[in-house]
Design a protein around this ligand. Structure first.
Ligand code: ATP
Length: 481
């Protein structure tokens, strides 16, 4: 089954069970505390919180998500992408635990010809919350081997919003990939062999006084209990397609193939190169999807996350030996792989690609200026650390300063590139050199003005020249910025 079909199977199943299927919301989070939509439930928060009436008490979606929290895992684990899709079914005061568990188990185990995924029940494992004997009984009733139902504490299997609001126990579903992938004993023993595919959250409590994940107070039972579930589409796809990880699925692998050709390397022959190829495929797709939702590279917020994804792609390809522009080769491949599920990409792609190619050109100009100095600094850092036990390679503050001062490398770029290469930067020394340079500049300016310190006057002059912002509608005074 292709990824798009796996998504469709999920939505068809829940449509058959009276769910209103809605399209994915934008990746730009409606929630001001996060930059991106990080889970399928985010667009449904007002319904879960009881703040708005939902158009239906049963809903389902395939939500585009971006999680930068997992960025360091990308390419290294089999299951983390910066962009991924979360399938979800939701009940707002309608069905509860019994139906939620039944639906999940039936969809996973029903044969493909009957509209399910056809997983072997013997391969499925569940975790449940300590106090949730009810959930364990329901799983057993479904026919699950009691040994495959494990128990976890509040830290792992109790969900809250992070503050006062609805909360409740959850139950996670895992697929056993087999003994060749790790040790026996279920997900509690090994999360590499047993892959989490689906999380079912049973929101039945009103929670308050949340000090931490495990230090909270249950204020009472909710009148309207909710179900909120999230299944990772890429994880389902890699397991159902018999692949080794989420980057080898039909929506992602074409970019690995294109990058292999560009770099003249073969995927599967060198572990370090494979990580880079997976990072490239992941980041190109994330950049495409983020840009398609209207974000453009910048130095702050979402734009900065996007800029980092693009730079990391270009840098990874450079390490693989590709010095020519890569985005014109890789972005259209990702677009073609994603279009079956997201036809709107065809409309946005012209603008998206122009912006991405422009960003790469600008980044390459900066790179050509300082890359040799950077590479020498990394080499020196590694040589210096090589002789010493437990020493981590550190790029000197002097090198970081020269890169900034002479070659126009912003310190963030040096830090990111160093991180990609697994080395640190002596940032404290860099800042010290920057401060010295600033005070030298001030001394020079003083000399030119016959030792009269005009800095206060300069500050005042700058303030007076700043645009005056009219705040008359919201504030009784107007002030300058
Ligand atoms: P993990 O512990 O494996 O990182 P999680 O507990 O953070 O997963 P949830 O927040 O419960 O995951 O998300 C629900 C589902 O979404 C998961 O069961 C998984 O299938 C999928 N998922 C979560 N994070 C990612 C990711 N970075 N890439 C791909 N799929 C993901």
């Amino acid at each position: 089954m292709r990824t798009a079909q796996i998504a469709q199977t999920y939505l068809n199943y829940f449509k058959k069970h009276d769910h209103l299927v809605v399209p994915s919301a934008s990746l730009i989070s409606p929630n001001p505390t996060t930059l991106f939509t990080i889970a399928g439930m985010v667009p449904f928060i007002p319904y879960l919180m009881g703040e708005q009436t939902p158009p239906s008490h049963r809903m389902a979606s395939n939500q585009k998500c971006v999680r930068t929290l997992d960025i360091e895992e990308v390419g290294k684990t089999t299951r983390h992408g910066t962009f991924f899709q979360m399938l979800g079914n939701f009940s707002f005061g309608d069905y509860f635990k019994e139906e939620a568990i039944h639906y999940a188990y039936e969809l996973l185990t029903l044969p493909v010809e009957q509209g399910g995924y056809g997983f072997d029940p013997e391969k499925l494992w569940m975790t449940t919350y300590t106090d949730d004997e009810e959930a364990r009984a329901i799983w057993r009733n479904e026919g699950v081997d009691p040994e495959h139902i494990q128990i976890l504490g509040m830290e792992d299997n109790f969900w809250t919003t992070g503050g006062p609001g609805p909360g409740g126990p959850c139950s996670e579903i895992y697929v056993d990939r087999g003994p060749e992938y790790g040790k026996e004993g279920g997900p509690i023993a090994d999360e590499t062999r047993y892959i989490e595919i689906w999380d079912l959250v049973f929101e039945n409590y009103m929670v308050d006084n949340v000090k931490s994940k495990t230090d909270l107070h249950i204020a009472g039972e909710l009148k309207h209990k909710n179900i909120d579930t999230g299944a990772g589409l890429e994880r389902l796809a890699y397991l159902l397609q018999g692949k080794q990880n989420i980057y080898e699925t039909d929506e992602v692998f074409p970019v690995i193939e294109a990058a292999e050709k560009l770099a003249g390397v073969k995927y599967g022959e060198n572990a370090d190169a494979d990580v880079k190829l997976r990072v490239v495929a992941d980041h190109v797709r994330s950049a495409l999807m983020i840009m398609s939702d209207g974000v453009r590279p910048s130095n702050a917020g979402r734009g900065y996350v996007l800029r980092r994804l693009l730079r990391r792609t270009i840098e990874a390809m450079r390490v693989l030996g590709v010095m020519t522009p890569v985005m014109p080769e890789l972005l259209p491949v990702s677009e073609a792989a994603m279009e079956p599920n997201y036809p709107e990409l065809a409309t946005t792609f012209h603008d998206v690609s122009e912006a991405a190619y422009g960003e790469e050109d600008a980044f390459r100009r900066t790179l050509t200026n300082g890359i040799e100095i950077f590479d020498v600094a990394v080499k020196q850092a590694r040589e210096q650390a090589a002789g010493k036990q437990d020493a981590q390679p550190v790029v000197s503050g002097d090198a970081a300063f020269t890169l900034h001062d002479t070659y126009g490398f912003p310190i963030e770029l040096t830090l990111e590139m160093a991180q990609d290469q697994g080395v640190k930067v002596d940032e404290a020394k860099f800042r010290e050199l920057m401060n010295e340079q600033k005070s030298r500049a001030r001394q020079d300016a003083l000399k030119k003005r016959h030792n009269v310190d005009l800095s206060e006057y300069d500050d005042f002059k700058n303030k007076m020249q700043a645009p005056i912002e009219f705040l008359g509608y919201t504030d009784m005074t107007s002030r300058s910025r």
